[in-house]
Design a protein. Structure first.
Length: 299
């Protein structure tokens, strides 16, 4: 049962909005500029770069494409039509934006559009934001911009009002410390498989299954189990956007619509949060299965 090893995406919890940009691009619905509001800029950047690769890949894109030179150049941060701007000291300065504009004044030779990414957009001072404004209002060519911030409230309004905002949230640091080792996987593999099947296929007497499978376990173990279950749903969701291949390929998950998948993922996240603070685990579990059942499975 080695397929449970696909949990590198464990910490990504709400990236699907970002991943939808791949479709928007091909449907020609992509906006000129996005503000990505996130609690983890480096992880958000990582996903964004995958999205960009997915859009421009010269081959049939799959995660970690190593077939095409374009994805390779992005990996090396060496693609001329992609510029990432970091704060210079405490600020992003006007000169950095001017340089970017100069660079993008010609059409890109490498990708259909040029792309810039501004990390910590809240660190743009007024002059930089005003310079940026000219760029946003009269783009000199085909340019797509991404402003990343973990402090949306402090992003200049001039930028905020001209970008589409996407929230990209990740599990908090505490959850990241989860290190689910292989022993844990193996120990709970059967419980997880059974529980998931009951949850998605044999939906009768769900509350009973909570008692059968989970009641005797310590809270910490229940947490781990649901963390893995969340991974499984996330894994399926990201496969829909070709961000990675689903390792599990569970039929009953594959039949779920993207919307329902996302709803279930949100429920799981909520449940895991509540589990941390709530004493009555049984009650929480029962509430969880009832809410899961309330989401149409469009089978
Ligand atoms: Zn590629």
């Amino acid at each position: 049962m080695h397929f449970y090893l696909s949990f590198i995406r464990r910490f990504i919890i709400n990236s699907s909005e970002l991943e939808k940009l791949v479709n928007y691009y091909h449907e020609k619905k992509l906006a000129h500029a996005y503000l990505l509001s996130t609690n983890n800029i480096s992880k958000c950047l990582e996903i964004l770069l995958n999205v960009i690769k997915n859009i421009f890949c010269q081959e049939e894109y799959s995660s970690n494409c190593n077939k095409c030179s374009l994805c390779h150049l992005i990996d090396l941060n060496n693609l001329p039509s992609l510029k990432i701007i970091n704060p210079d000291g405490n600020f992003i300065k006007k000169e950095q934006i001017l340089e970017l504009q100069h660079f993008f004044s010609k059409d890109s030779q490498y990708t259909e559009e040029s792309i810039y990414i501004i990390k910590n957009a809240e660190k743009m001072n007024k002059e930089a934001a005003n310079t940026m404004l000219k760029f946003l209002e009269e783009p000199t060519g085909k340019v797509i911009g991404f402003f990343l911030t973990n402090d949306k409230d402090n992003v200049m309004l001039t930028i905020k009002s001209r970008t589409q905002v996407i929230e990209v949230l990740f599990n908090n640091e505490e959850n990241e410390k989860y290190d689910i080792d292989m022993d844990t996987y193996h120990k709970y593999l059967e419980i997880i498989n059974n529980y998931l099947q009951k949850l998605e296929i044999e939906k009768k007497e769900l509350i009973l299954y909570n008692r059968v499978y989970l009641s005797d376990l310590e809270k910490e173990d229940i947490k781990k189990i649901f963390q893995i279950i969340l991974d499984i749903y996330n894994d399926e969701l990201s496969s829909r956007y070709k961000i990675n291949d689903s390792f599990l390929k569970l039929d009953y998950l594959h039949k779920l619509s993207v919307d329902n998948l996302q709803k279930k993922i949100n429920l799981l996240i909520e449940f895991l949060k509540e589990l941390t603070y709530n004493v009555n685990t049984d009650l929480l579990l029962d509430k969880f299965v009832i809410e899961m059942d309330g989401i149409n499975n469009d089978l």
